[in-house]
Design a protein around this ligand. Structure first.
Ligand code: ZN
Length: 242
């Protein structure tokens, strides 16, 4: 079931305040059109009755696809370095959801994302049955091999399902400030398969992958922006694909 609530929303242009019904959670089995609204950036969109300005309200949202067993929680966070606060808030959400759905935490993982573009990325990634930690590990490799061109504070790497094909996984480079898309990078699926073999097929590899991304928020960019963690990874001698 999808859930809505009333929120007092102020127009960012003229300041007019109105009460608006917004989605707290969407279940795309019950309401498949809501997924289309989300992908078209029309979910939780508001039009001001006074000045006709249209805008999308950036608020927390639980995305649930019961058939694919996908659950993702969007917690919009402007400062990606303040992951600890977001994770704490997410933990509280998980506790409240566990009362309603006991399988959460036991057999069902809820993914945490901090922006709408990460939410869309994560939906496509999970639908393609790719592992988010391996995808973030690949991003980690791409960032560290191109540090001059891809400074994690300045550039965001996003997995691009639409342009990926049988041979290659595709990533787009987005400018962190202008949000403009600036380029496309490819990573071969056979290299992904080698990482999958190394990390997920062996228990020690899986443990290592979870050591690299121990938090609830799995992000190579956040990891690289946190210098302390970066040093500890270098010390761990992060495994490379063979
Ligand atoms: Zn207005």
């Amino acid at each position: 079931m999808s859930n809505t609530r009333q929120y007092p929303i102020r127009c960012p242009k003229c300041g007019h305040e109105q009460s608006v019904t917004l989605y707290d959670s969407i279940n795309i089995k019950d309401d498949p059109q809501l997924k289309q609204h989300l992908l078209a950036n029309k979910l939780n969109a508001v039009q001001c009755p006074q000045c006709a300005f249209s805008f999308v309200v950036d608020k927390p949202l639980l995305y649930h696809d019961p058939e694919r067993r996908i659950m993702i929680y969007l917690l919009p966070t402007r400062d990606p370095t303040n992951v600890a606060a977001a994770e704490k808030q997410f933990r509280d959400v998980l506790d409240s959801l566990r009362h309603l759905t006991p399988e959460i935490g036991a057999t069902l993982e809820i993914h945490l994302v901090l922006s709408r573009s990460e939410l869309v990325e994560r939906i496509f990634l999970l639908e393609a049955q790719l592992d988010p930690r391996i995808i973030e590990y690949i991003k980690y490799l791409i960032y560290t091999r191109n540090l001059k061109k891809l400074e994690p504070r300045e550039k965001i790497l996003l997995f691009d399902a639409q342009d990926s094909d049988r041979e290659n996984l595709c990533f787009v480079v987005q400018d962190a400030h202008s949000r403009r898309l600036e380029g496309i990078l490819h990573y071969s699926r056979s290299a992904y398969a080698a990482l999958d073999e190394m990390f997920l097929k062996a228990e020690s590899g899986t443990k290592r992958l979870y050591e690299l991304f121990p938090g609830l928020y799995v992000s190579a960019r956040a990891l690289l922006m946190d210098e302390g963690k970066k040093d500890s990874i270098a010390g761990n001698d992060a495994p490379q694909p063979t």
